[in-house]
Ligand binder design. Structure first.
Ligand code: BJW
Length: 222
């Protein structure tokens, strides 16, 4: 089974989504913070954006939807892969172990000079040096527009093999994740969507259930 999650699964933990009312990008142009060009132009602004989200993450915890997916992993073991677009660590804190962060991780720093990854320690608004190579090339270890998401080979393999594809709390506006449902459909794999509102690809799913993740996901898992 492959479960794709998006910002909607963490919304009830207190982390804003991107495109909903009151979302992170309400009144902001994502291209100013979520592209390599934005980072090159104004790294301090981008660091501030991620510093704030790191602080917010430290103040919240996983919710009933994350916990339900951790229970599902207990039951299915290696037969479940959670592919998350989220950069938070709420799946892991709920107990999930087989989680692929296709858009990177908020608590990781990536050195573009030597390719090392480090735990993110403290606010980095002032550009710290990489502990491995000493250059000041540490950036948020996240995938911006125009960059290639992580683990695509593994994801494609899992989608190819799976008996059920489930999408939870994502608007279906960002590719390649938005195309996973079409990939599953082309293979004849059953598909299910659990989302508050209709997503962009809602008509592609065999079944769509509407409601908050903390209600829908435990009800589906249990
Ligand atoms: C609830 C809820 C509750 C709320 N319960 N539900 C033209 C056509 C096609 C593609 C492109 C194109 N032009 C450019 C592209 C490619 C581009 C793209 O998709 N652009 C679109 C804007 C069109 N994509 C890329 O550039 C990607 N790379 C790429 O394609 O490389 C090429 C390649 C691919 C594969 C193999 C080889 C090469 C990279 C995309 C990177 C996205 N990065 C971000 C930022 C990450 C760091 C960060 O977090 O800051 O990822 S953007 C942002 O959007 C973030 C998210 O992961 C992503 C998706 O958002 P998500 O999770 O869906 O959130 P929302 O807010 O949109 O939706 C929330 C949903 O939850 C809503 O539906 C609510 O109803 C629901 N909800 N409360 C249940 N309580």
């Amino acid at each position: 089974m492959v479960v794709l999650t998006g910002a909607g699964i963490s919304a009830e933990s207190g982390l804003p989504t991107f495109r909903d009312a009151d979302g992170l990008w309400e009144g902001h142009d994502p291209m100013q913070v979520a592209t390599p060009e934005a980072y090159a132009t104004d790294p301090a602004l981008v660091h501030r954006f991620y510093d704030e989200r790191r602080s917010a993450l430290a103040r919240v915890g996983p919710n009933a939807a994350h916990s339900a997916l951790a229970r599902l992993e207990e039951a299915l073991g290696d037969d479940l892969l959670v592919v998350t677009q989220n950069i938070d660590d709420l799946h892991e804190r709920a107990g999930s172990r087989r989680v692929l962060h296709m858009h990177g991780r908020l608590r990781s720093a990536w050195c573009t000079a030597c390719d090392a990854r480090h735990d993110w320690i403290g606010p980095l608004g002032h550009h710290p040096a990489c502990p491995d190579c000493g250059t000041r090339e540490l950036r948020p270890d996240v995938v911006w527009f125009g960059e290639v998401p992580h683990g695509m080979d593994r994801i494609e393999e899992a989608l190819w093999d799976c008996d059920l594809f489930v999408s939870i709390g994502t608007s279906g506006l960002v590719y390649p994740a938005a195309a996973f449902v079409q990939y599953a459909v082309a293979r004849g794999t059953p598909t299910l969507e659990l989302n508050l509102d209709a997503s962009d690809g809602t008509s592609d799913f065999d079944e769509s259930r509407r409601g908050p993740a903390t209600r829908l996901v435990p009800a589906w898992v249990d």
